[in-house]
Design a protein around this ligand. Structure first.
Ligand SMILES: *[C@@H]1O[C@H](CO)[C@@H](O)[C@H](O)[C@H]1NC(C)=O
Ligand SMILES: *[C@@H]1O[C@H](CO)[C@@H](O)[C@H](O)[C@H]1NC(C)=O
Ligand SMILES: *[C@@H]1O[C@H](CO)[C@@H](O)[C@H](O)[C@H]1NC(C)=O
Ligand SMILES: *[C@@H]1O[C@H](CO)[C@@H](O)[C@H](O)[C@H]1NC(C)=O
Ligand SMILES: [Fe+2]
Length: 458
């Protein structure tokens, strides 16, 4: 009897606070091992030709894409660090000179890692580029993003925790089929650190695997815990050593002092990348940078969409990595609500979850107000650490599903975010199990600055 009353009160409360219950998808992925592709798999093939450039990848070389940084590895000898580029594949009229470096990790020595920034590019323009001069030349192309403007459309791919399993390959193939213009990568790239001695050959194989996308469009990098490679037992005490040698970011252009937190302005989006594994407490460099960024450098009249990336999610109702993002949430959540951030994208948890617009910013240690509540100024939190890595799926959600959680499912996949104009963006999550084009979760988001309507009650 008492239980019945309590249950009915709970139901009334649930109805009062939130009109629609969240969905925990019943879809269950077939249980099978998530195994890395073998080193002799087709996707890891070394390109033919003496000292051929391999592991080619690009990222923005400045904040808006009038510069592009090209990176690659040569294995036999140093070779040339020059990139030639131009608007036609036949006439690469411009040249830029890069630099190269190698690093050691325990008993591994990397190849010659080249980085070369192409500058003076025009927006929304297709460029061809080539490197490997003197030995084996390879040619690629990319299109620069449009000039930042409030109604400039753009399609992002959202991928996290990719790794290099057969599922990772499926995720990448599905993303390619859906055709984004750039990827917002939510951290945890190669998972080389899952191997004895952090076998850095798996950093090389991963870069050869993703080359088919990232040599042709910029991926925006977030650092995850699998980028730390901090292993005192191997004498490796400099965090992020392989990552920083291989994956540059345009942090200086963003006024940052470390490659792990920075921002870019792509079309109508201002994208802020935060570092879950660098200090963020009060007065730290990241804290000071983010405060300036949100209060001084974001201009919603030019870039209406404010998107924040991080690796460890603040709102996660999976028992896997439960509450790991809590200290950063406590530090920064109010700032993000005050700034009316549209979306917060995270990885780390190997499943999928989309939240409603909720915040938890009233608590002050004595008032007891520590329950997340609906808030139209709050971002939507999306956890998309479901790229398909070797650690497998995180198939253990908390029960009951919290009110803030709109949809969650333990499957591998990727998402796309199609910004249409200053008010509307179409978001879609694709599980790998379905055909590439099938959508398993979709929302039309409205912009928090230009059209802050209730877009999350779905
Ligand atoms: C590094 O050490 C491991 C373990 O001793 C060994 O199996 C491996 O072959 C070594 N690698 C190199 C490049 O020497
Ligand atoms: C990876 O996916 C690509 C594209 O679908 C395919 O051509 C390739 O054979 C796959 N490789 C492996 C090892 O599954
Ligand atoms: C799910 O997580 C809870 C909390 O950590 C744990 O007690 C439980 O054993 C887990 N269940 C499974 C099936 O792993
Ligand atoms: C913005 O895009 C949405 C979705 O495509 C469309 O319905 C709306 O009319 C557009 N707004 C303007 C001002 O064009
Ligand atoms: Fe992670």
């Amino acid at each position: 009897m008492a239980f019945g009353v309590a249950a009915r009160l709970a139901l009334l409360f649930a109805l009062a606070t939130c009109a629609v219950a969240g969905v925990t998808s019943e879809y269950r992925r077939k249980l099978e091992a998530t195994v890395d592709m073998p080193l002799d798999a087709d996707v890891f093939r070394v390109p033919s030709g003496y000292n051929a450039p391999q592991q080619v990848h690009i990222t923005l070389g400045d904040q808006t894409g009038t510069a592009m940084t090209v990176s690659w590895v040569t294995a036999n000898e140093e070779g040339s660090s020059t990139v030639r580029y131009g608007r036609s594949a036949e006439k690469l009229e411009q040249a830029a000179e890069g630099r190269h470096a190698r690093y050691d990790y325990f008993n591994y020595t990397s190849g010659f890692i080249h980085h070369c920034t192409l500058t003076g590019l025009s927006h929304a323009t297709k460029y061809y580029y080539a490197m490997g001069f003197g030995h084996t030349v390879r040619t690629f192309s990319f299109t620069t993003p449009p000039l930042p403007a409030p109604d400039a459309p753009f399609k992002f791919g959202l991928i996290g925790d990719l790794g290099q399993t057969f599922d990772s390959n499926s995720t990448l193939a599905h993303y390619e089929a859906n055709g984004g213009d750039a990827v917002l990568f939510l951290g945890d790239l190669s998972y080389a650190d899952n191997y004895p001695l952090h076998d850095n050959r798996r950093w090389d194989s991963w870069a050869r695997f993703v080359e088919r996308s990232v040599a042709y469009q910029p991926w925006i990098w977030t650092a995850g815990n699998h980028e730390l490679d901090f292993e005192p037992s191997l004498g490796e005490t400099v965090p992020f050593k392989p990552f920083v040698h291989r994956y540059p970011t345009p942090y200086r252009a963003a006024g940052s002092t470390e490659p792990f937190w920075y921002s870019v302005k792509v079309a109508s989006a201002h994208v802020i990348v935060l570092a879950s594994y660098s200090a963020y407490g009060k007065y730290t460099p990241q804290w000071a940078w983010l405060q300036q960024e949100l209060t001084k450098r974001v201009d919603r009249k030019v870039t209406p969409w404010l998107i924040v990336l991080m690796h460890s999610p603040w709102y996660n109702s999976n028992n896997y990595h439960y509450m790991e993002g809590e200290t950063m949430r406590v530090q920064f959540e109010r700032w993000l609500v005050d700034a009316k951030v549209d979306l917060v994208l995270a990885g780390h948890v190997h499943s999928y979850e989309r939240a409603r617009r909720f915040s938890n910013i009233e608590y002050n240690i004595v008032n007891g107000k520590a329950t997340p509540a609906p808030n139209r100024d709050a971002p939507v939190y999306i956890t998309i650490g479901d790229g398909g890595n070797i650690e497998g799926i995180a198939n253990n959600f908390t029960a009951p599903q919290p009110a803030y959680s709109a949809f969650r499912e333990a499957s591998f996949g990727h998402a796309t975010l199609e910004i249409k104009n200053r008010t509307h963006a179409y978001y879609a999550w694709h599980r790998n199990h379905d055909g590439a084009k099938a959508v398993a979760d979709a929302v039309w988001f409205t912009n928090r600055y230009w059209m802050p309507t209730d877009d999350d009650h779905v």
